[in-house]
Design a protein around this ligand. Sequence first.
Ligand SMILES: CC(C)(COP(=O)(O)OP(=O)(O)OC[C@H]1O[C@@H](n2cnc3c(N)ncnc32)[C@H](O)[C@@H]1OP(=O)(O)O)[C@@H](O)C(=O)NCCC(=O)NCCS
Length: 215
Amino acid sequence: MRQVPTSPAVAIAASLRAVGHPRSATLRNGAPARIRPLRTEDAQRFGAFVGQLSEGSRGCRFHAGIGDCEPAALQQLVSVDGVRQVALVATLPLVDGEALIGEARYWVGEPPGSAELAIAVADAWQRQGVADHLIDCLLEAARDAGLRRLYGDVLASHTGLIGFLHRMGFQTCAQGPGGGLLRLERGVAPRPPQPERRPLGALRRWLAGPFVPRP
Ligand SMILES: CC(C)(COP(=O)(O)OP(=O)(O)OC[C@H]1O[C@@H](n2cnc3c(N)ncnc32)[C@H](O)[C@@H]1OP(=O)(O)O)[C@@H](O)C(=O)NCCC(=O)NCCS
């Protein structure tokens, strides 16, 4: 059975690999976005992002959990360990930095090998493919971390999100968590094994052919 790596270095390397240090993404309106891991120094940017979400979007993403973006709550949200929790953000370049326009994360949970996901995209940037790019990268990170399933518990009335998740390959489970919530989940296919790298000496000998005498 594949195990979730417990070393932070392994998981951080995996999430960095997944987003390609970072990954560029052209949005539907042509805007040049980047997908990269969320960092602790993003607290202010993350606060601006949450502050701009409409009441509806903020409620769907954070429920009652973030209040007025108090610094302590923000610091907690940007402090991800890259192992039990992996968070990616979509950003746009600004003259003096970057603006955060989307966020997706997962928390490793139960059953083993599963993680719950959450996602939000700034209202002004919705329907531009931001969530598509974020979920693609999150799935890559989950794959590299050895996870086997990702799931989200979604309000049954949230047809937009349900439509989006179905499109991303998630299926509604017969058994939901109840309380008006549906569970949508999808498997994470393991990465195919990479061919083993030949030692340089063996490669040189192979290139040199049988005519070069061995020392
Ligand atoms: C759900 C959400 C993340 C989608 O983000 P997005 O960047 O707008 O999604 P995309 O542009 O990548 O959309 C991809 C597809 O998903 C579906 N979709 C996305 N939003 C939808 C909506 N509101 N209604 C119906 N379908 C929707 C569509 O099929 C869409 O493709 P299309 O635009 O070609 O029709 C975004 O609406 C959001 O942040 N909502 C508020 C927060 C939230 O509900 N979070 C989930 C709780 S964790």
